[in-house]
Design a protein. Structure first.
Length: 95
């Protein structure tokens, strides 16, 4: 039984090691899929996404590669974030 718990803990540790935190900078335009708009790359499955204080953006091209499962989505104070897409996508936020 101890082996099962150890294996489960190891799998969870590895899975969380691949996630990253990335913060919106809006450095290029309003496209979600443009790496120049993020401080740590375009969000991928399992990532933590942050929109800093005083952000006002109408995001385009959100999850164009397919549905997205984020570990967390944080929108900090005095911010407005709108998701606009020309295709239907699902964004699931785990936490």
């Amino acid at each position: 039984m101890k082996k099962v718990y150890f294996l489960l803990a190891a799998v969870l540790l590895v899975a969380t090691a691949w996630s990253k935190t990335t913060t919106w900078t809006g450095g290029a335009n309003t496209a979600w899929d443009n790496a120049a708009n993020w401080d740590n790359g375009v969000p991928a499955n399992g990532d933590h996404v942050i929109f800093p204080n005083n952000t006002s953006v109408n995001l385009t091209r959100v999850a164009f590669g397919g549905n997205l499962n984020l570990a967390s989505l944080t929108i900090l104070g005095n911010s407005t974030v709108r998701f606009s897409n020309s295709v239907i996508r699902t964004i699931t936020i785990t936490n």
